[in-house]
Design a protein around this ligand. Structure first.
Ligand SMILES: Cc1cc2nc3c(=O)[nH]c(=O)nc-3n(C[C@H](O)[C@H](O)[C@H](O)COP(=O)(O)OP(=O)(O)OC[C@H]3O[C@@H](n4cnc5c(N)ncnc54)[C@H](O)[C@@H]3O)c2cc1C
Length: 293
């Protein structure tokens, strides 16, 4: 039984070949990486592309490379490799931990970071850590390269800024400042294989006194159509040493900024409740660990 639609299958060997194909047939094609989202959409007949371009075997698209300024993670890098990288975990803890929470082991060994970003679901596991860590998504076409901040890349549920002739080739994350720490947390209905009903990353940098907050980026997931960067958290926290009162205030701020909806996974009310709890817990954890960094 043919459960998928009819499409022409392409298996280019290099990035340049993919970009050639996208320039010619990108408007009728879908890129296939790990297939953990795409194959479901094909089977469910949510999409019916005329062409499928498999990029899974292209080695130059995968890998974690540390540079003087930060780290570059190839779009084709498996989520399991990100979760398992001890070197990455040292400076980009929230991303590694989030990667380790995505789906099951089997899913993580198929799924790629490029696919997670390009699929652009509001609950996407890697989105809030990437945004909180100031990541840029590197997009390429035959016309050249452009870099877009993660929070600007995703426009809404399954919507992003990519044109039909473009693909994600890598993600760049700048080197974190001294005395900083990022912490990720998520809430789901059950511990295995759930898509989060809310998630968050808090990235805190301290001054050299290791007490005063120099910078903070708090990003909420699944409480708005796209990753939501808190405007209030920096106003509340920067220039101060964390205490109980500030922790309460930052929780209330996150609740006031969240714009959750009710759906199959959770009510809007529940999401607003847990986003406050995540904000309080992760702010305290990130602050305490930044003091030791
Ligand atoms: C059982 C199960 C559990 C899951 N649990 C989670 C979870 O807990 N959290 C979570 O976030 N996700 C979860 N997912 C979703 C999925 O595994 C991730 O989104 C995954 O990272 C997608 O990557 P992929 O390589 O499989 O993408 P694919 O399925 O190959 O592609 C997904 C989309 O991205 C596009 N795409 C892929 N690569 C590129 C590229 N380089 N440039 C441009 N476009 C590209 C494709 O065309 C497609 O539109 C789950 C999936 C399953 C099946």
């Amino acid at each position: 039984m043919n459960i998928l639609c009819n499409y022409e299958y392409h298996a280019p060997k290099t990035k340049a070949e993919v970009l050639d194909l996208l320039a010619d047939i990108g408007d009728k094609a879908k890129i296939l990486a790990g297939g953990t989202d795409l194959v479901i959409m094909l089977k469910e007949k949510m999409i019916a592309p005329e062409h499928v371009i498999n990029v899974a075997e292209i080695e130059e698209l995968a890998g974690i490379n540390f540079t003087a300024d930060g780290v570059e993670i190839g779009a084709g890098t498996k989520i399991s490799d990100i979760g398992a990288s001890k070197e990455l975990d040292k400076e980009y803890h929230a991303l590694c931990y989030a990667a380790d929470q995505l789906g099951s082991y089997q899913v993580r060994t198929m799924a790629t970071i490029g696919g997670n970003i390009a699929h652009s679901l509001p609950a996407g596991e890697t989105h809030t850590p990437l945004a909180a860590l100031h990541a840029e998504v590197v997009i390429e076409s035959k016309k050249g390269e452009r870099r877009v901040k993660l929070e600007d890349f995703i426009l809404g549920n399954r919507k992003n800024v990519m044109e039909s002739d473009e693909m994600i080739t890598k993600v760049f994350i700048p080197k974190p400042a001294p005395h900083s720490r990022s912490e990720y947390g998520h809430i789901g209905l059950r511990r295995a294989m759930e898509i989060d009903c809310a998630n968050m990353t808090v990235n805190i940098t301290l001054e050299d006194d290791k007490k005063t907050i120099k910078d903070v980026k708090m990003v909420m997931g699944s409480v708005a159509p796209k990753p939501l960067v808190s405007e209030k958290a920096p106003q509340i926290l920067i220039g101060k040493a964390l205490d109980e009162e500030l922790i309460q205030k930052v929780g209330e701020a996150a609740q006031s900024e969240a714009k959750p909806i009710s759906d199959i996974r959770a009510s809007a009310e529940y999401r607003r409740d847990v986003i406050g709890a995540l904000a309080r817990r992760l702010t305290k954890e990130a602050y305490d660990l930044a003091m030791e960094a």
